[in-house]
Write a protein that binds this ligand. Structure first.
Ligand SMILES: Cc1cc2nc3c(=O)[nH]c(=O)nc-3n(C[C@H](O)[C@H](O)[C@H](O)COP(=O)(O)OP(=O)(O)OC[C@H]3O[C@@H](n4cnc5c(N)ncnc54)[C@H](O)[C@@H]3O)c2cc1C
Length: 406
């Protein structure tokens, strides 16, 4: 009898596990459970909010596509896992599994910031990005504040304890807003202030990317404020935990990241609700439960790139458990992202400074922008499938050769 693989979440991590393992359709039955009938490509959302990219281009339709391939797709929200019984509960339906992959990503906790719903904007979800797009149509210039709120992580497994687990979007938004306001002739009457809860901005990379970003901020008159934990947004300011504030007509916030409540309620979370796994992405207590992507306590920073790396490790671990391979891929986290800066500008960041510290690259070029556009297009039309591994490996190799390892 075929074994049942159930995947909760059709984002970067969940889809990658599925596409890695679907070649074993004769051995496994796959069920993907997702809250929406599309997979949301979050890295495309700053373009939706600021450059007017249609939101539908960030919503990759997968339900019909997967069903045509013979994969069960369950549209719904998981509210409980019963790990002792190997069951997932979705809208009162019980879905049994032999292997479970938790790939739910993280919840963006907008409601934990006082005043966010009245006065705040974000790019973290499709609804929020569309709301910001509408707001920008009538924004005549003023005080813009951009920053990440503080997030909290557990201490069951060893991972970097970042205060802001994903500051790339802060970088994108500040540069893209700057570019848009200049194009619209509104920059002179605007200020752009950026805050971080960290002691340093971009705490997940090393000096090269940080200095590159710092130089572009200085050139553009974007001011940075360190050690600022957001507590409230009002109609005219943002207020921080230390009592200080910044004048604000438009606040664009990366909300605190938190783990979905049902993980902890199902007895699968660490002290902050994130899923603790070993370095093969297997749950520290359960032999048939894996977690990949943002929800995994080891995923720091919280990046699509790391979700995909973890998915590759988890897929190979399941293959090994089933005797289909001898080797489990090692987990070697790195930051890889392309920061859109508006117009033809973008900076590619490739760094493992937070880990082995062998490379720490920032490459500013219109070619990086072209790479981002072509990645987004390919990802959309390939239903969330990434380009073949060899292409990614070659481009990674070339970037390191050209711009330096250590
Ligand atoms: C604005 C922005 C820009 C970013 N840019 C980059 C970038 O340039 N490069 C990069 O590498 N990373 C980037 N990231 C981070 C990246 O988007 C995330 O790290 C990545 O999406 C995590 O993948 P995931 O599979 O863990 O979760 P997600 O992609 O969030 O997918 C989780 C899926 O699970 C589903 N789900 C959640 N809970 C349930 C439930 N209870 N029941 C059923 N389904 C559920 C959701 O609907 C969703 O489809 C960015 C993030 C943001 C917000």
């Amino acid at each position: 009898m075929k074994k049942k693989i159930v995947i909760i979440g059709a984002g970067f991590g969940g889809l990658r596990v599925l596409y890695n393992l679907e070649k074993y359709k004769d051995k496994f039955d796959f069920t993907v459970i997702n809250k929406t009938d599309y997979s949301l490509e979050r890295p495309a959302l700053p373009e939706v909010a600021i450059e007017g990219k249609p939101v539908s281009k960030a919503q990759i339709k997968i339900k019909d596509y997967l069903e045509k391939k013979g994969i069960n797709f369950k549209l719904g929200e998981v509210k409980e896992i019963k790990p002792e019984r190997n069951e997932v509960i979705v809208d009162e339906e019980i879905i049994p599994y032999d292997y479970l992959i938790i790939a739910t990503g993280s919840i963006k906790d907008y409601d934990s910031i006082k005043g966010y719903r009245e006065y705040g904007y974000s790019v973290c979800d499709d609804k929020e990005a569309s709301k910001l797009y509408e707001r920008l149509k009538t924004f005549e210039g003023g005080n813009v504040v951009v920053g990440a709120a503080r997030s909290y992580f557990g201490h069951v497994v060893e991972a970097p304890d970042l205060k802001a687990p994903c500051e790339g979007p802060v970088g994108e938004v500040m540069f893209m807003i700057d570019h848009r306001l200049r194009k619209e002739g509104k920059r002179e009457k605007s200020s752009i202030n950026v805050f971080t809860p960290g002691e340093i901005f971009f705490e997940d990379v090393g000096d090269n990317p940080r200095n590159t970003v710092g130089k572009f901020m200085e050139e553009r008159g974007i001011k940075l404020h360190l050690n600022k934990e957001l507590v409230e947004i009002t109609d005219k300011e943002v207020i921080f935990k230390d009592g200080s504030s910044l004048p604000c007509d438009l606040a664009i916030i990366i909300a605190p990241y938190k783990a979905p409540d049902f993980i902890k309620e199902s007895g699968l979370g660490d002290d902050m609700g994130w899923v603790p796994t070993d370095r093969t992405m297997k749950h520290i207590k359960y032999d048939n439960i894996y977690a990949v992507g943002d929800v995994n306590a080891l995923a720091q920073p919280k990046l699509g790139h790391i979700a995909v790396m973890q998915a590759d490790v988890a897929s190979s671990a399941i293959e090994k458990q089933e005797g289909l391979t001898d080797e489990i891929k090692p987990f070697k986290p790195e930051v890889f992202c392309i920061m859109n800066m508006g117009g033809f500008e973008a900076t590619l960041i490739l760094s493992n400074a937070l880990y082995e510290n062998e490379y720490d690259i920032a490459w500013h070029s219109p070619i990086a922008k072209l790479m981002k556009i072509s990645f987004d297009e390919e990802y959309y039309y390939a239903h969330g499938k990434l380009p073949p591994d060899f292409m990614i490996e070659i481009s990674n190799y070339l970037i390191k050769k050209l711009f330096g390892g250590k």
